[in-house]
Design a protein around this ligand. Sequence first.
Ligand SMILES: NC(=O)c1ccc[n+]([C@@H]2O[C@H](COP(=O)([O-])OP(=O)(O)OC[C@H]3O[C@@H](n4cnc5c(N)ncnc54)[C@H](OP(=O)(O)O)[C@@H]3O)[C@@H](O)[C@H]2O)c1
Length: 338
Amino acid sequence: MKAYRILPGKDIDGLYLKDIPERPLAPHEVRVKVHAVSLNYRDLMVAKGNYLVKLDDPIIPCSDGAGQVVEVGSAVTQVKPGDRVTASFFPYWRDGGPTSAKVRSALGGDIDGMLAEEVTLHEDALVKIPDQLGFIEASTLPCAAVTAWNAIFVSAATRPGDSVLLLGTGGVSVLGLQLAKAAGLRAIITSSSDEKLARARALGADVTINYTAAPEWHQEVLRHTNGEGVNVVLEVGGQGTINRSVASTGVGGSIAIIGGVSGFGGEVSPATLLTGAKRMVGIFVGSRAMLEQVIRFIHGAGITPVVDRVFPFSQAKDAYRYMESGAHFGKVVIDVTK
Ligand SMILES: NC(=O)c1ccc[n+]([C@@H]2O[C@H](COP(=O)([O-])OP(=O)(O)OC[C@H]3O[C@@H](n4cnc5c(N)ncnc54)[C@H](OP(=O)(O)O)[C@@H]3O)[C@@H](O)[C@H]2O)c1
């Protein structure tokens, strides 16, 4: 079987295809034929060598994929050949809160990921996907959807009628928008593009703000919330947005610290948190239980994750470059079967 590999830091051109021989399965292992893999900003960071881990050897990149079980080890009980599955970002974080042991390894970070024709995973890492959810759409869930789910419903514990602020129209934010609207939340979203904001309105966004045209966009957020601010912000922007995100948050609300598309870093004055009893919470994707929850919700609510473009397996580098360009709205997916 063929798999892409990369030595972190070798950049997108460092991706190469390699034939990898099949090895026998351990008792609890499962072989999965991968149908689709979705890209996350983090995959670009791994390629560029900006991610948390430093490795001496190449790995199979990408955390997020979906496919079909083709073979199971002798002791496997949770899945069988033919089952349609996706895999948890952290294979050892089954449920409950995070611990260092649970988040010690992540697919496509420090261990092999999903950008391959076949992958071998422990059965505990796998989650079944409903027949109604295509492989392309299911591949978008393990990182982006779980992160948005964790931030909005687990960490911030929002209720219908609460409000959420989403920054930009990348994978986490658009899935956050879709989840928020299906749960009866009020959604405010920003973008640098009016065209993307129109697409966000078509998905149900209540308020859209062009952060280029309105650089003081937190004032707009406050204006649209009667000066109150939102219950939760999915803070994917980092140093360029963090203080405006704090200012956009209402009393008792939370700022879910997720990413740094404008650069990781920035300074926040503690006084801006204490005067509004605001919580800043680090979000590190989520557990396998959260993946199960978000799949159940997406199925029940009839949500189709927004996929901007699908690239064939042979053009994986083009998919990375497209993601890097920032032209996408929602998710970029690689169809491994084409
Ligand atoms: N902590 C975690 O567990 C976790 C999980 C997932 C992702 N992340 C992080 O979250 C971030 C987003 O990830 P992703 O996969 O959703 O990325 P993505 O799909 O590449 O999203 C990129 C989008 O961010 C928007 N953006 C860029 N600069 C911005 C700015 N200054 N203000 C507001 N929006 C801006 C742009 O939207 P427009 O084109 O609409 O302007 C751009 O299209 C990344 O930093 C990633 O590392 C963290």
